[in-house]
Every structure is written in structure tokens, then in C-alpha cells.
Design a protein around this ligand. Structure first.
Ligand code: DQA
Length: 157
């Protein structure tokens, strides 16, 4: 099973940017932790970070046929990007949207996620641990989908 982890603008600055909001961990450290817990469950992770909306849209499109699920933190594009929302809807893969901070208790402009409607579910406010939670959730969803597909295949025989 392969999962894409897509990180939006300024998340490459984790560990430096607004530590009081996002904590001290770097993106690399978060990804290392994810990699080791994924490996224990035989899951392959592909990491991607971009500060550019179009590159994120391209990456989401490339996920089709390549991965079974997406973990995405669209960062500031969460609140603005119809293009990312549409790309997620187009590929229609199981998707978990993650926010390190609790966007619902921050500035008003952060309290609306445009992209969330194209996700299976959203995790917000648990710090970097949210990525780990997303991995558990997505693994479960993908396992269930696989089981259903196999049952359908067996029925058709
Ligand atoms: C964020 C929340 C967004 O509002 C913000 O623009 C980010 C990070 C989060 O993970 O809490 O860059 O997505």
C-alpha cells in the first residue's frame, strides 16, 4: 500500500516558523516519524512539499493510479484554493486533511476549509501527532476498501 503525503506552503519552515503555534519539530522530523511507523505496517510513503498551488494540483493528479490514499496539509491554500479542492475531487482517492493547529480556534479567515469537502476526514489541532493519526485512519480506510474490492471480485467468480 502506498500513500502520498502532500505538504503546502511554508510547511518547509516548520521548526522555525511560529513555534508557539506549530511547535519545534521540522518537516523532516515529522516525515521520519511517519516513515518509521508506516514501515512497521508495510506502508510506503511518498513525500511532497511545495509553496506553489499549481505544483500541488499537479502532484494530486499524479496520485491517480500511483497511490491508494492521500494525506494533505494544504496549509494557507486550505482557505483559498478551489483548484486543490477540485483536484482532490477529481482523483477521488481516500484523503485525510491534516492541520497542525486547531484552525477553528484561530483567526476567522482560517476557520473555513475550502479543501475539506473533498477529503474523507479532517484532523486539526493535535500538533504533528495529527499526521500519525491520519496515517492510522487512512491505513484503516484503505484496508477496508481492499477487503470490499476482494469480496466483490470473489462474488463475480
Ligand atoms: C495550517 C493552518 C493554516 O491556516 C496555515 O496557513 C498553515 C498551517 C496548520 O497545519 O495548522 O500554514 O494548515
Amino acid at each position: 500500500m502506498k500513500i502520498a503525503v502532500i505538504q503546502g506552503p511554508n510547511l518547509n519552515m516548520l521548526g522555525v516558523r511560529e513555534k508557539n503555534v506549530y511547535g519545534p519539530m521540522t518537516l523532516e522530523q515529522i516525515h521520519e516519524q511517519m516513515k518509521s511507523s508506516a514501515a512497521q505496517n508495510g506502508i510506503e510513503l511518498e513525500f511532497f512539499q511545495s509553496n506553489l498551488e499549481g505544483e500541488i494540483v499537479d502532484k494530486i493528479q499524479e496520485c491517480l493510479g500511483e497511490v491508494q490514499g492521500i494525506i494533505i496539509n494544504p496549509a494557507a491554500y486550505t482557505h483559498t484554493s478551489i483548484a486543490i479542492r477540485d483536484a482532490l475531487a477529481a482523483v477521488a482517492l481516500p484523503t485525510v486533511e491534516v492541520h497542525i493547529s486547531n484552525i477553528y480556534k484561530r483567526e476567522e479567515f482560517r476557520q473555513k476549509s475550502i479543501t475539506a469537502a473533498s477529503s474523507t476526514g479532517v484532523i486539526a489541532g493535535f500538533g504533528p501527532f495529527g499526521y500519525h493519526m491520519a496515517l492510522i485512519a487512512l491505513t484503516q480506510i484503505c484496508t477496508e476498501i481492499k477487503a470490499i474490492e476482494e469480496a466483490q471480485k470473489n462474488q463475480a467468480k
